[in-house]
Design a protein around this ligand. Structure first.
Ligand code: NDP
Ligand code: BG6
Length: 503
């Protein structure tokens, strides 16, 4: 597979993948495969972005015949022309990840398909499995000559990369035993979202914002990723992972790095990674003892909304009845460098909150002196720049205007750019990242160094949550499903003189 980031200059669209390939998905019976991966591949297929010759081989323990597996996936994709044809590209092989014979069977199925469909050995292994399984699978693929010394093989790893710092390092050692760094793709699908990519374009393709993008003009920054869904059927994974591993160590901290990084010299994967790493290195490390001061944790409890009973986290199937796993966290972090010294970044994410919304808001300082103070009551509100990542994707800037009339009264209004104005549907993040894996483009993927520093930063938080059981009892607050999280999170930001922007 050839690395190429060539765009069609006329349409700004990525060009289709031409070379035949086999996509082998581990954990293919799971949530991610059905809800995100297969719909994304189908969408690429429908848009003519895939070559004629390709196959998808699902692998997991659940026994499926090819037809059963196709039916299982079919329910997750929309009825569109070409669906029946698309499903014919899909096959299944049962594997028990721990058993060597499984890999021998997989290998013979793979070789049979490669011969039949003539994809040569262009293999993209996608490990859509809980992180505890990843290293073991890579090892088995290596030992069974499925990846080693095959230059056209790529391996995609889902977040979280490892379980903690040690396991992330071990995973990386194993990956590099069988593959080169160029063959490894660490996916954080947030980086594939159009609006997330646009943070860099907004900052570095417009000259008016960069001069004020610093501690002299910015008071504080907020990042909220709030979800209305609960853990659903993923309790087996989530109850061990919790919100820090699931959202903070990856998606949230990636958003933070894009907002805070210095301009890279050019738009190249390595340069961008380097700048992100510098941000991660500048994060002010909290000690385990300091964790309660800089964080608030919560877990959702049962609530009735519009007559419907929403179960509490501990009532979800597969969750331990005495679980202390946080499903909500709010956190204040600082970046100790010249640009950001003293500017607090408030991060917040949770499941079963009031609204599904992901937003970054940059809060500028208020005017240094109000010439209106004797005429107009109340404060002049500061400008806020908003990146609405999803839904209703937009970039907005608030500013003050005079309400028409003889009296002098202010009102804050919003200047808005909505992605809807483009008149096209935004591609799903998984479509973009899958295309990039097939092309060998690392721009939107995460580097190992960044992964490790992010783990280092969150280690005291995880240790606090997992190793101080008694203490934690006082620090994981209940919140009713469908609200904005625990009341303590409101107090947390209020004591600094601010409010959550998203509410
Ligand atoms: P699932 O929990 O659905 O697991 C995927 C499959 O792995 C399961 O169907 C199961 O297949 C197998 N499996 C699960 N637990 C075990 C176990 N303990 N031992 C052996 N096999 C097991 O995961 P998801 O599909 O939700 O996610 C996969 C990865 O993708 C995770 O790393 C997650 O963080 C990441 N991710 C998920 C997203 C999502 O929306 N779901 C979004 C972004 C990332 P079988 O029993 O058939 O072997
Ligand atoms: C995944 C998490 O990485 O991101 C899920 O594992 C979460 O728990 C999901 O629901 C959110 O992604 P999105 O694209 O819906 O914001």
């Amino acid at each position: 597979m050839v690395a190429s980031r060539k765009k069609n200059p006329k349409t700004c669209m990525l060009e289709p993948v031409c070379e035949p390939f086999g996509l082998i998905i581990f954990g293919a019976s799971g949530d991610l495969t059905r809800k995100k991966l297969i719909p994304a591949v189908f969408s690429l297929y429908s848009r003519g972005m895939l070559p004629e010759r390709f196959f998808i081989l699902g692998a997991a323990r659940t026994p499926f015949k090819d037809e059963e597996f196709r039916k299982h996936l079919s329910e997750g994709i929309s009825e569109k022309e070409g669906k029946a044809e698309f499903l014919k590209h899909i096959y299944y092989s049962s594997v028990d990840y721990q058993r060597p014979e499984s890999y021998k069977n997989l290998k013979s199925t793979l070789q049979r398909l490669e011969k039949k469909i003539k994809t040569q050995k262009r293999r993209l292994f996608y490990l859509a499995v809980p992180p505890v399984l990843t290293e073991n699978i890579v090892q088995s693929l290596g030992e069974n000559s499925l990846i080693k010394n095959l230059p056209d093989v790529r391996v995609v790893i889902e977040k979280p990369f490892g379980w903690d710092l040690e396991s992330a390092r071990a995973l990386n050692r194993t990956l590099l035993k069988y593959l080169t760094e160029e063959q490894v793709f660490r996916i954080d699908h947030y980086l594939g979202k159009e609006t997330v990519q646009d943070i860099l374009l907004f900052r570095f393709a417009n000259s008016i914002f960069e001069p004020i993008w610093n501690r002299n003009h910015i008071e504080h920054i907020q990042i909220t990723a709030s979800e209305t869904i609960g853990v659903g059927e993923r309790a087996g994974y989530y109850d061990k992972a919790g919100i820090i591993r699931d959202m903070f160590q990856n998606h949230i901290i990636q958003l933070l790095s894009l907002v805070a990084m210095e301009p890279p010299a050019c738009f190249e994967p390595k340069r961008i990674r380097d700048e992100k790493v510098k941000v991660f290195r500048s994060l002010r490390q909290m000690s385990k003892k300091e964790v309660p001061e800089y964080t608030v944790f919560g877990q959702y409890i049962r609530n009735r909304i519009d007559g419907e009973v929403i179960p509490g986290y501990r009532d979800e199937p597969g969750v331990k009845k005495d679980s202390k796993t946080p499903t909500f966290a709010a956190m204040k972090v600082f970046i100790d460098n010249w640009r950001w010294q003293g500017v607090p970044f408030y991060l917040r994410s949770g499941k079963r909150l009031q609204k599904r919304i992901t937003e970054v808001s940059v809060h500028f300082k208020t005017v240094p002196h109000s010439i209106f103070k004797d005429i107009v009551s109340g404060d002049i509100k500061p400008n806020v720049l908003i990146f609405r990542i999803q839904p209703d994707e937009a970039i907005e800037l608030t500013f003050q205007t005079k309400i028409p009339g003889t009296k002098l009264c202010f009102r804050d209004v919003v200047m808005n750019f909505s992605y809807r104005d483009y008149g096209t549907e935004l591609p799903d993040a998984y479509e973009r990242v899958l295309m990039d894996c097939l092309r060998g483009d690392h721009l939107l993927f995460v580097g190992q160094e960044g992964v490790e520093i992010a783990w280092e930063f969150f280690t005291p938080v995880l240790e606090f949550l997992e190793k101080s059981k008694r203490l934690v009892l006082f620090h994981i607050h209940d919140y009713k499903a469908g609200t904005w999280g625990p009341w303590e999170a409101e107090e947390f930001i209020k004591k600094d003189g601010y409010q959550w922007w998203v509410k």
